[in-house]
Design a protein around this ligand. Structure first.
Ligand code: GLA
Ligand code: ZN
Length: 667
């Protein structure tokens, strides 16, 4: 087993925020509750290097020593998210330049341009020093690169220059770029590379090919930047793992190439505490966790997890209801998190995040939330051995693509059509049916899946199209939807009937479409059921497909809305419209039955089931992510590994935010 696969709890800790006299008692208390991991350092550059070239790790040595004495292991974050004042003063090229020419000043964080030469040299130097200093420390097990990468939208000279270099590598000549982007429209043709710049402003409706490439370029800059950090860490600390804490999906930043460079992906999880969000929050949370597991197609870490009422960036949210903290920790483990690190040990008494609460309040008196955390630590530590090495294995995958996300954001197709929201709805329908789902990059290998859902493959890629065809031909069921095959990868419209390269396997062509936005239309299925639909209506012309549902409204009443085509040994569904969730559930339920996909169709609202497998042993995590008690009828005897270890039969009742972990004698 590698050193990042343990099932354990951790906390984020900022020794530099506390009087050193508190460190030891904090470390002792951590040990007492069962904390195994502490993350430190990710914003502490001004303490590591208080003045240029003056390095000071002595304070962190002392803190780490205290943790180590308590048997706690350490992950260090590289501090490049927050370059210190002396550095930004000396090297202003570190600070990003906004589109209006204004500087993005220091004082908070994220004030660094990934293409800044000074950031590269000073950033590499501090990481070099840190890694050399800690490479042999027995408590250190891993590194986090920077903190919560996202796109910076910098327009400095260096970014402009690098953008041109990136485009030259992609297109070779300016003629080619003009041609691929279609700059002839509105006399946008470039005569010289010097005219190609980052988008400084003007109309927001810039050439869509240009905009898409600018996003890709920015993602590439983050990748390149992370790579410089990774090279140093790997060289100096070959025994340590490397991770990054991704956050807040959907992200325009392409997660997958960044993930490739890492050993393990991590996510910062702040589920919404508002009672108004209970019908959606637990489901979009489940999606975030599945997206994170998909980054490397394996288990992951939670590097920050909600521990108290969030605030500080705005008015505070509700405090986590009793059981909320515990249930959401188990939700992350259920979906493949191994280590869960809580943000943060204690609420900050100073700085902008004073009211983003930690496990312990400012009073330093451990309260209800700390009690709950300590209960989870005990549970996790008790089950750690049993669950270690277990993984999530699913028959169903949703394809997720940053290219589609960005392209559909550059040119919103119609009010109400949002790429990631549509993925959320498919995922929610699956989760409500208790069907485990992977969410993977659209270019991934699809073997092993029974059902693939690929919403809006707006930009078509021939390799992906071929792989989807092959998947269906070999016996898989594929669901594709409206807005597929619209453009090439350079964001230029294709002159062929939709869904383009997928028309053949779908056995259907779109003869016309109606962007209906939020106006409610209806579809009628072959068995006379009526469902509402919104967003879009493709009027379909089946070539070899059968009609599954037809339109009820408008001039296209009676025309095909949803079709299915037998292709090779499999089937391809085409949804020309965006149906209500009940339709998705009914279709998915039908497919789960037909293809023997494990499912639990009668889950009450807010209840989620997910499964981790170790060899042939399945652990079922039953989570009630709601404020009411819920009952689940289980058809098979189950044994609770979380509570009594005894076998039960019949109804399992979960209190508000109740959790159970069971083995079920299914077959
Ligand atoms: C992010 C950051 C943390 C902290 C939390 C809470 O996740 O990584 O440093 O700021 O948000 O706001
Ligand atoms: Zn820049």
């Amino acid at each position: 087993m590698n050193n990042f696969s343990k099932i354990q709890m951790g906390v984020d800790y900022y020794p530099e925020h506390w009087d050193p006299s508190l460190w030891e008692q904090d470390a002792i208390q951590m040990k007492e509750v069962g904390v195994k991991i502490v993350r430190v350092g990710e914003f502490a550059w001004s303490r590591f290097e208080p003045e240029e070239g003056q390095f000071n790790f002595e304070w962190l040595d002392r803190a780490i020593h205290l943790f180590h004495r308590q048997g706690i292991q350490i992950v260090i974050g590289t501090p490049t998210h927050t370059p210190p004042r002396w550095l930004t003063e000396k090297c202003p090229d570190i600070l990003p330049i906004q589109a209006n020419g204004h500087t993005y000043h220091a004082g908070v964080r994220g004030h660094r341009c990934f293409n800044s030469v000074s950031l590269h040299s000073y950033g590499s130097r501090i990481i070099e020093k840190l890694t050399l200093h800690y490479k042999d420390h027995p408590a250190i097990i891993g590194w986090q690169t920077d903190n919560e990468f996202s796109l910076v939208y910098c327009h400095c000279e260096s970014c402009n220059e690098q953008f041109r270099v990136w485009l030259q590598a992609k297109y070779g000549t300016l003629e080619q770029l003009n041609q691929e982007w279609g700059t002839v429209v509105w006399s946008g043709e470039y005569n010289d590379w010097s005219q190609v710049t980052t988008p400084f402003g003007g109309s927001p409706h810039q050439n869509p090919s240009y905009q898409l490439d600018f996003y890709r370029f920015q993602s590439a800059c983050v990748e390149q930047y992370q790579q410089t950090q990774i090279e140093i860490i790997r060289r100096n600390c070959p025994e340590h793992f490397i991770t990054h804490n991704f956050h807040s999906y959907p992200q325009k930043l392409d997660l997958y190439p960044l993930g490739e460079q890492l050993d393990v992906a991590a996510f910062d999880y702040y589920p919404n505490t508002s009672p108004d969000k209970t019908s959606t929050g637990p489901y979009s949370g489940a999606l975030s966790l599945d997206v994170t597991r998909g980054i490397k197609r394996r288990n992951f870490w939670i590097m920050e997890q909600l521990s108290g009422p969030p605030g500080g960036w705005g008015p505070m949210w509700r405090t986590p209801y009793p059981g909320f903290i515990r249930a959401y920790i188990w939700q992350t483990i259920a979906r493949g998190a191994d280590t869960v690190v809580q943000f943060r040990w204690r609420s900050a008494t100073m700085g902008a995040e004073q009211f983003w609460h930690g496990l312990i309040d400012h009073s330093n008196v451990p309260g209800r939330r700390f009690e709950e955390f300590s209960q989870v630590c005990t549970e996790v530590n008790t089950l750690s051995r049993l669950l270690e090495g277990s993984i999530v294995r699913n028959d169903v995958a949703i394809l997720h693509s940053h290219d589609q996300l960005v392209a559909l954001d550059i040119q919103p197709q119609v009010e109400g059509l949002d790429y990631y929201e549509n993925i959320k709805q498919w995922h929610r329908a699956l989760t409500k049916l208790g069907i485990g789902t992977d969410v993977i990059n659209w270019t991934e290998n699809l073997s092993g899946y029974k059902l693939i859902i690929a919403p809006s493959l707006y930009l078509m890629d021939s390799t992906v199209a071929t792989s989807l065809e092959a998947f269906a031909a070999a016996g898989g069921t594929l669901i594709i939807t409206h807005r597929s095959g619209v453009k090439n990868l350079n964001n230029v419209c294709l002159m062929e009937p939709f869904p383009g390269m997928l028309s053949h396997c779908a056995g259907v062509q779109v003869s016309e479409y109606d962007p209906i936005a939020n106006s409610l239309h209806h579809i009628i299925t072959a068995d006379e059921q009526t469902y509402s639909s919104t967003q879009w209506c493709d009027i379909l012309h089946p070539t070899t497909a059968e009609v599954v549902a037809s339109y009820h409204d408008d001039f296209y009443a009676g025309k095909a809305a949803i079709t299915v085509n037998s292709f090779g040994k499999g089937k391809v569904y085409y949804l020309g419209t965006h149906p209500e969730e009940n339709y998705m559930k009914s279709l998915l339920h039908q497919l789960a039955v037909a293809h023997d996909i494990p499912h639990f169709p009668d889950l009450p609202e807010g209840v989620q089931i997910s499964v981790r497998m170790r060899d042939s042993q399945a652990f079922f995590f039953l989570l009630n992510l709601s404020r009411e008690s819920r009952s689940i009828v289980l058809d098979h005897p189950y044994k609770s590994v979380l509570y009594d270890g005894l076998t039960h039969e019949g109804t399992l009742t979960l209190e508000p935010y109740g959790v159970d972990i069971c083995t079920i004698e299914l077959y």
